[in-house]
Design a protein around this ligand. Sequence first.
Ligand code: HEC
Length: 102
Amino acid sequence: MKKFQKLIIVGAMFALPSVSYSVGISNAELSATTCFMCHGPEGKYVGGTIPPLAGYPESVMVTQLKAIKSGARKSTVMQRHIKGYSDAEIEELAKYFSSLKP
Ligand code: HEC
């Protein structure tokens, strides 16, 4: 049952952004949809141990993500993911997530 619920959540996340593409969204918003897969849709908490990102303080997120990227902060999957982003993209993502309502 749990697995099934997760499938629905992931499915919904792929379905929703496709609607907004036509309206025109920023690169940060587009990249953020890949974060939603693990951190919850719109960065909202869905249970489990992965921290939610909506309303996350911008400067703290930049610091955390750069530390994870460099390996200064140990992580499981997060480093593999964030390595694909430039520092400028990290800053854009942090700004976007801090603007979301938790
Ligand atoms: C594959 C799942 C996955 C994806 C995709 C993912 N994350 Fe993470 N994230 C994690 C996990 C798990 C952690 C906890 C650290 C660890 O074990 O790697 C984490 C930790 C973090 C943290 C540190 C939070 C804290 O308070 O300690 C931030 C910030 C973060 N992620 C942002 C992002 C952003 C931004 C994206 C999209 C670009 C993203 N994550 C995509 C799984 C993911």
